[in-house]
Design a protein around this ligand. Structure first.
Ligand code: 4AD
Ligand code: MG
Length: 477
């Protein structure tokens, strides 16, 4: 008999039909009632075993975590909490889970404990919900761009360039680290390395996406990116996924419109597709926040917050306007900021970003036109010669989730910016060729996928929205 997914049985309620289901036991009560989950939904399906007929030794093996196959009739349920159940006439234990050893017992486990057993945490309600939401968001992102005629472009993971110029790269090498080849001057001889040059894991696919956009008009990447920044925060991972659209014939305003439309599209899709999971995650967050002091709790529940973002325009303002607001803000005057704002030009810290989003505007904020000194070399110089056409999107509870800009398309301005940043022209010849031949205004941005999934799930730590997090000191699994 063909296996039916639990989600389909609960949705279609094929009463009277014989079905086969397979999944993992969550609980087993009274030697009779099995709560079975197969990951297709947050809900469990009740399997009623015939305890008169079934073998005692088989019943003993039906324990939390065991994989079983059950065949029987779908009937309307008499009990509370479920609409239908299965009266099993055949149960097979496919894989036992020794209750003395299986670490996931039906009780509340801390997120920290579950991180240590990340190989098993998919089997909990919280993590199965998080990863279904993550999937739905990824799917919606592809659909959003596909429907608008964007080409999905796969940019390299191993590269010789540091797209962001921040030097936070993981080196890639096959050189023998115990006996590194050196040149005459005593420097590492990368000409003997696998690629005959120094290479690293990509920090961003943007530069290659620009090459694609200047031919295909509209492209996007969706892939892993790597940063060796030693920041042990709840929002930084060394390996994270980024979505980077790049659009020809677009300026910074088109870029902001695209980012806002994309974020709203995905939120809407997830709210529709993942209702049960969001209901569960919302309650999880409410329970978690009960432990916190009142002033640290969110003033909106998860779904309410999502709906709020959907229904309101993002607040758009310039960096200069934001600095004015911050300078005159209460926490700044009362010296509550760890990094006080006293003048124009300072980089914004997450405390400032969160003040703007959570306290001042109480909605997502898009900041534009940052001082050129604090942004990357490729961003387009504004007419004031002080600021660049950069944009960041700040979200409640998270801070920056998107960074982007209009790109410098003028060859002379770009090369002079590269000089300022000490980036050798000959290394970027391929990039500069797009400015030499058929250059045009273009713009793009990068969305940090995990940070967005944090918003969509209400999870407070990036380690809990990516299956196997890589952070300083941790590369388990
Ligand atoms: O602001 P960033 O550094 O921008 C870029 O990389 C551009 N090349 C994007 C572009 O214009 N195509 O990074 C973009 C986003 C950030 O806003 C943040 O959400 C996320 O990537 N991000 C991280 N997420 C998790 N862990 C980290 N260490 C991250 N660093 C950046
Ligand atoms: Mg940024």
């Amino acid at each position: 008999m063909r296996r039916v997914k639990i989600k389909d049985i609960l949705t279609n309620q094929p009463i009277g039909q014989d079905v086969n289901v397979k999944g993992w036991v969550r609980t087993f009560r009274n030697n009779q009632f099995i709560a079975l989950n197969d990951g297709s939904t947050i809900s469990t399906l009740q399997i009623v075993a015939d305890r008169e007929k079934e073998d005692e030794s088989l019943l003993k093996k039906i324990t939390t975590g065991a994989a079983i196959s059950a065949t029987g009739k779908v009937v309307e349920s008499q009990g509370k909490g479920q609409s239908v159940e299965i009266h099993a006439n055949k149960i097979e234990v496919l894989g036992e889970a020794d209750p003395e050893k299986y670490p996931l017992q039906p009780k509340r486990h801390s997120l920290e404990f579950l991180r240590d057993i990340a190989h098993l945490r998919f089997r909990t309600n919280t993590f199965s919900a998080v990863f279904r939401v993550r999937h739905a968001a990824a799917f919606a992102i592809h659909k959003f761009f596909n429907d608008r005629g964007f080409v999905y472009l796969n940019t390299p993971i191993v590269t010789g360039s540091d797209a962001e110029g921040a030097g936070e790269m993981f080196q890639v090498t096959t050189l023998d680290l115990n006996d590194v080849a050196k040149d005459d001057s005593g420097a590492v001889d990368f000409s003997q390395d696998f690629f005959n040059k120094a290479t690293n894991l990509t920090v961003s696919g943007q530069l290659e996406a620009e090459l694609g956009a200047l031919a295909l008009s509209e492209v996007y990447t969706f892939g892993p990116t790597f940063r060796a920044e030693n920041s042990n925060t709840s929002r930084h991972a060394a390996e994270f996924w980024m979505i980077e659209p790049e659009v020809a014939f677009a300026d910074i305003h088109d870029n902001m419109d695209l980012a806002e439309a994309m974020l709203k599209y995905v939120i809407k899709h997830v709210m529709k597709q993942c209702e049960d999971d969001l209901t569960f995650l919302e309650q999880r967050l409410i329970n978690e926040e009960k432990q916190k002091p009142q002033n640290e709790r969110s003033d909106m529940a998860l779904k309410e917050k999502m709906a709020f973002v959907l229904e309101n325009d993002f607040q758009r303002l310039t960096y200069t306007e934001a600095i004015d607001i911050l300078r005159n803000s209460k926490p700044n005057k009362k010296k509550k900021f760890k990094f006080p704002i006293d003048g124009w030009g300072a980089d914004l810290q997450s405390e400032h970003e969160r003040f703007l989003v959570e306290k001042h505007f109480k909605k997502p904020v898009m900041l534009v036109d940052y001082p050129k000194e604090i942004k990357a070399f490729y961003m387009r110089m504004n007419d004031d010669n002080k600021t660049v056409a950069a944009m960041d999107i700040l979200f409640p509870g998270i801070g920056e989730i998107v960074g982007g800009s209009q790109r410098e398309e003028r060859l002379d301005v770009l090369t002079s910016r590269m000089k300022d940043f000490d980036i050798p022209e000959h290394e970027m010849d391929w990039f500069l060729d797009t400015r030499r031949f058929g250059t045009c205004p273009h713009a793009g941005f990068g969305l940090g996928f995990e940070r967005f999934v944090m918003f969509l799930t209400g999870m407070g730590n990036i380690r809990d929205v990516i299956p196997f997090p890589r952070t300083p000191g941790n590369a388990e699994f």
